[in-house]
Design a protein around this ligand. Structure first.
Ligand code: MN
Length: 291
């Protein structure tokens, strides 16, 4: 087995979205689609009470994508045009497949200690599924399997680890999405199919990510908070807690690229300019939501 090495590190940019919500954004939808099948990765961390009330994301549409919300602290209240409503609490996941369209609102709330901490990942849909039926997979914290092995504590949302399968299934990109926490001096190895895109979002501590120890090539200390992007030059990733004795915690994200031309426009990601124009037209004339 050979380790995939790091291609580059993304430093998250502070951006303001929705009704004035400050986020750390590592990946944004772009026509170049360099992280195919992943389109966006946002990190919510509004932990300063001086920021005041959180305004959230009032009603907005989506078409042609999946949005995945994973909360570590605090919660997000949501409701949509199809009559679905609920609360994504601490440790919960919502995997929302927009298909041909939903209109929803997402309202983050601070937890008991005043913190909000969570992530939203956007995953593309292939052309053949962009106009499919909207669907939710909601998983409560207690239903997410936790696998402990050799100093690693893995919360598995989608994909397989050590014989355990995550609860989110039947996603077009065959994604892996898991929260990995390594104790000091622990090592974690995970096989990744050739051709799959791999990202690691390091949000606590620091770790040595992959590389070939015989050459030192591509080895790198990745400090929180940043995203490591891997090359397609091996068949596994290897992570060690850093030598200073800190642990490390990261979201490991991997999936099969669709290799289709995309046209992103705000909350829509389609394959042609005409499909985007049609989407905007439908929003204007009231035919966007299809029962
Ligand atoms: Mn949304």
């Amino acid at each position: 087995m050979t380790n995939r090495t790091i291609s580059h590190i993304i430093e998250p940019q502070l951006v303001i979205e929705g009704a004035g919500v400050l986020l750390r954004r590592s990946v944004a939808p772009r026509a170049s689609n360099e992280y195919d099948p992943f389109l966006l990765f946002d990190h919510f961390a509004f932990n300063n009470p001086l920021e005041g009330p959180i305004r959230g994301f009032p009603t907005h549409p989506h078409r042609g994508i999946e949005t995945v919300t994973y909360m570590l602290e605090g919660s997000v209240n949501h409701r949509d045009s199809l009559g679905n409503a609920g609360k994504i609490g601490s440790g919960d996941v919502q995997w929302m497949t927009s298909g041909r369209g939903i209109l929803h609102e997402e309202m983050p709330r601070r937890g008991e200690n005043g913190n909000i901490y969570g992530f939203q990942l956007w995953v593309n849909l292939p052309a053949a599924q962009k106009m499919g039926q909207p669907r939710y997979q909601e998983v409560s914290a207690g239903e997410i399997p936790v696998v402990e092995k050799d100093g690693a504590t893995v919360r598995l949302v989608a994909g397989e680890y050590n014989g355990t399968h995550g609860p989110v299934t039947e996603i077009a990109a065959s994604p892996l999405y898991m929260d990995v926490k390594l104790a000091p001096a622990a090592k974690f190895i995970y096989p990744i199919p050739s051709g799959h895109t791999v990202l690691a979002y390091v949000f606590e501590g620091a770790g040595e990510f992959s590389g070939d120890p015989s050459t030192g090539s591509g080895q790198g200390l990745v400090e929180s908070v940043s995203m490591a992007v891997f090359k397609d030059d091996g068949d596994q990733i290897e992570v060690k807690s850093d030598a200073a004795g800190r642990g490390v915690q990261f979201m490991l994200i991997a999936g099969a690229p669709f290799k289709e031309v995309i046209v992103p426009y705000g909350p829509f990601v389609m394959n042609t300019v005409e499909e985007i124009q049609q989407t905007i037209q439908e929003l204007r004339n009231g035919t966007f939501i299809k029962q």
